[in-house]
Design a protein around this ligand. Structure first.
Ligand code: TYF
Ligand code: FE
Length: 426
């Protein structure tokens, strides 16, 4: 039995793990034509108590607009309702349970709807509000699903068509770390704004939006998954064997910072590198790592941050700050040090002024490929100190901000300390 089966078996018995192991294709990598069928992130689904409230937060603070919703109707959407918001190429869906997951003949609800209701309720009870499904757009849903399941992935939904007047979509869902899922979405000449079966909304004019006040985002850049002490290798193996992802190599040296924040990261990516899923694990250090704090409050592994890529971070951050969003601030010495480091930098010239970046507390990292600008939202998405957003602009650099890790993690620790969750380890 492989270790990925051990840690990701969702409590299954040995026998069913062994059956899967037999099906597993003798260590061969996923064939290239299947690996090539991953296109990009499609959407991220959150489990939450009140989808309209979370959608409103994203509209008012982050410039999203509501594009669709799943409403309770006579004959469908009886278990979970949702709000779908978008900004540029970023799409989020907020799922909220319509009732407790207790079978009751008074409610007419289909088997599949009841299963989804159970998953959302279970997620909320165990983890609070957070990311339940990271969805990928693909061109070969069935092939990816079948490869994944025969290489150890636990199925949640086998490939299933759904359609409406805008066309059809083929979707399948598997289980990944914690209680997080991946759904593979294959559009079959589908022209609607999200998925079949949703009520489409035309209110493309979000709150406060005139041209000078938008919050530009392009796409989801990466989604980081926090693991607990033993699962790192098995999770990375799972992304490689079952999903056909590869290890994405960058210059970032996560080990340099273990003294401060005690974590280790391996970035797993799709063939075209457009889907990046860094996998992070706590490491032994002097202090309680931010990953440990997450694991404790999330009650296990889960998605820790979602990085949203923008092509004008100054505009995005200025507007988010104007709307009242607070960001993690690094110490002023960071910019003294940065100026010295930049003086020796011969790469891509920076379009942005350092004064403005400093005023907005934006972090800068650079190497031979180019530079990147990044910043982290201070408040978490839910009540718990768990998931949060990163804002990132890439100008050639393909890393994750390695040069900022030390200053960033020290700032994150200051916030952790305020919560009473930073202890010296003995
Ligand atoms: O994605 C990254 O690697 C960077 C840095 O808990 C980072 O955004 C890594 C771990 C973490 C916070 C930030
Ligand atoms: Fe990140």
């Amino acid at each position: 039995m492989s270790s990925s089966c051990l840690s990701l078996n969702g409590g299954r018995d040995l026998e069913s793990c062994e059956r899967d192991a037999e099906l597993r294709s003798h260590n061969a990598p996923m064939p290239k034509h299947i690996r090539d069928s991953y296109l990009s992130f499609f959407s991220v689904r959150f489990a939450c108590a009140n989808p309209k409230a979370l959608a409103h937060y994203h509209e008012s603070k982050m410039g999203f607009h509501t594009i669709a919703r799943r409403e309770m109707t006579k004959d469908c959407n009886r278990g979970v309702c949702s709000e779908v918001v978008g900004n540029g190429g970023v799409t989020f869906e907020f799922l909220g349970p319509l009732m407790p997951a207790v079978r009751n003949d008074k409610f007419s609800i289909s088997g599949a709807e009841f299963e989804e209701l159970k998953r959302v309720n279970n997620f909320l009870e165990k983890h609070g509000e957070g990311v339940i499904d990271v969805m990928f757009e693909v061109t070969e849903c069935k092939k990816i699903y079948e490869w994944a399941v025969s290489n150890g992935a636990i199925s949640i939904m086998k490939p299933t068509y759904s359609k409406d007047s805008n066309g059809a979509v083929l979707m399948a869902t598997i289980h990944t770390y914690g209680d997080v899922q991946h759904t593979f979405v294959q559009k079959c000449e589908y022209s609607g704004p999200y998925l079949p079966g949703y009520t489409l909304l035309n209110n493309k004019i979000p709150l406060n939006l005139d041209k000078d006040h938008d919050v530009p985002f392009c796409e989801i850049d990466h989604c980081v998954g926090n693991q607990d002490w033993v699962q790192m290798d098995s999770v990375c193996n799972f992304y490689h064997k079952a999903l056909g992802f590869h290890k994405y190599i960058t210059d970032d040296d996560y080990n340099v910072v273990t003294e401060y924040s005690a974590l280790e990261t391996t970035v797993m990516a799709s063939e075209n590198d457009r889907i990046k899923m860094p996998i992070t694990m706590p490491a032994v250090g002097k202090r309680m790592s931010q990953v440990e704090e997450y694991i404790r409050y999330n009650n296990g592994p889960g998605v820790q941050h979602i990085a949203l890529r923008t092509d004008s971070i100054i505009k995005t951050v200025t507007e988010m700050r104007r709307r009242g969003v607070e960001f993690i601030n690094v110490s002023p010495e960071y910019y003294v040090d940065l100026k010295q480091r930049l003086a020796a930098y011969k790469g891509t010239p920076m379009k942005e002024s350092l004064e403005e970046l400093e005023r907005l507390s934006i972090l800068v990292d650079f190497n031979n490929d180019g530079y990147l600008l990044q910043l982290f939202v201070k408040d978490h998405i839910s009540a718990r100190p768990t998931a949060f957003y990163e804002i990132i602009q890439r100008e050639g650099a393909r890393g994750f901000g390695g040069g900022n890790f030390r200053a960033l993690f020290e700032s994150i620790e200051r916030e952790q300390e305020k919560r009473g969750n930073l202890r010296e380890q003995s």
